[in-house]
Design a protein. Structure first.
Length: 380
């Protein structure tokens, strides 16, 4: 059995440097953030800044947090378990299971795999739910008004799926690049329910969250976060000034695509078990790491696997994981390909950049500070 301390890639955790990197992100403009880095048997946890701007309550590393699209890895793992058991075929047309939701030619052409890796070509439903966001990814064509209007709206997932399926497709099924679309993951949730007869949130909880032994990870049952947590501040590219607290929000608009609540410790535990083959089979894990080219929500080309994607610095080791953003909350969780080192970080401000005169986003000190934190956490 390899001792991580002798691994050729091993760089010891530097607590002072990690604390300084965390503090630099706070000083750059994020009210509060917290993180956990694991390296073999060694663990560092840290926090910087405040959880509540009004009271000055400090953030701590054990707070619960809305993890946004990091949820997608959990949902993908649940589907891959059903693939392992022979109940779902990755390359079967999704219309065989969900003819009512994806009828006709799309249902006969789009496969389960295409849903998980976002190569289905299906449109994103969010701009149709939040009309003031319809200009994305062109920031200056958007506004934050819909966020407040729908703070307590309870959406029906079938209606959200119908919006995405009925909208003009981004590309033909399987064509590259595909489009990162939450429509895909609401369809996967519907697929889980159709195959198992159990609501997707319940199935994912029983077969992924509980299987991994996560005690602080849960789907929300209402607009509030139960337990100690930070307030979540949304700037919407400077259009909300000062940033507004959106920690109380009905997450039915995202469901099993992006609504989970967790902690940084639970996220590291989950990804460690996933990469060790304890959540899905080694064969399924290998499938998860086969990537295709897609366009991200920010309009940038990225490589994407089945519910997770690779992250790497040039000439350095690859990490696998997922990022997540919801209104006011950001999260990133990643683990080195060999499972030896991992990071989970959560921060309570979103969309801090502001549009420049050319229409693009101006560089912000937070971006450089976060990049330095990631570099220190991953590579030492």
């Amino acid at each position: 059995m390899n001792d991580e301390r002798t691994h050729p890639l091993h760089v010891p955790l530097n607590s002072a440097a990690l604390n300084a990197a965390l503090e630099n992100v706070h000083r750059a403009g994020v009210p509060g953030l917290f993180a956990e880095v694991r390296d073999g048997e060694h663990t560092w946890r840290g926090a910087a800044g405040v959880a509540d701007l009004a009271t000055g309550r400090p953030v701590t590393a054990d707070l619960k947090h809305r993890i946004g699209s990091v949820t997608k890895t959990f949902t993908a793992a649940a589907v891959l378990q059903l693939v392992d058991s022979g109940r779902i075929d990755l390359d079967a047309p999704v219309g065989h299971h969900l003819p009512d939701l994806v009828p006709g030619l799309p249902g006969d052409t789009i496969t389960v795999r295409m849903l998980i890796n976002h190569s289905s070509g299906l449109a994103e439903y969010l701009p149709y739910v939040y009309p003031s966001l319809k200009g994305m990814p062109v920031v200056t064509a958007t506004g934050p008004e819909s966020l407040e209007e729908h703070r307590f709206t309870r959406f029906d997932p079938t209606e959200l799926i119908e919006l995405g399926v009925a909208a003009p497709a981004f590309s033909p099924p399987g064509a590259a690049p595909g489009l990162y679309s939450n429509t895909n993951y609401l369809l996967m949730a519907a697929l889980i329910e159709r195959v198992t007869g159990t609501p997707a949130e319940q199935h994912i909880t029983q077969h992924v969250i509980e299987r991994a032994g996560l005690r602080h990870t849960e789907f929300p049952t209402g607009p509030h976060i139960d337990g100690p947590h930070s307030r979540l501040y949304e700037s919407w590219f400077g259009m909300i000034d000062p940033p507004r607290d959106f920690s109380v929000f009905d997450m039915s608009y995202a469901g099993p695509s992006a609504s989970l609540i967790s902690t940084v410790a639970d996220l590291n535990r989950f990804y460690a078990q996933l990469m060790a083959g304890d959540i899905v089979s080694p064969a399924a894990l290998a499938q998860m790491q086969q990537t295709v080219r897609i366009i991200s929500q920010e309009g940038k080309p990225i490589d994407y696997g089945l519910g997770m994607y690779p992250m790497r610095a040039p000439g350095r080791e690859t990490f696998w994981g997922h990022g997540g953003t919801v209104w006011g909350a950001g999260t990133l969780a990643m683990i080195r390909a060999d499972g030896g080192r991992q990071l989970a970080v959560a921060f309570n401000l979103q969309r801090w950049q502001r549009p420049g005169p050319s229409g693009g986003l101006e560089p912000h000190p937070v971006d450089d500070a976060l990049a330095a934190l990631y570099d220190q956490a991953m590579y030492g």
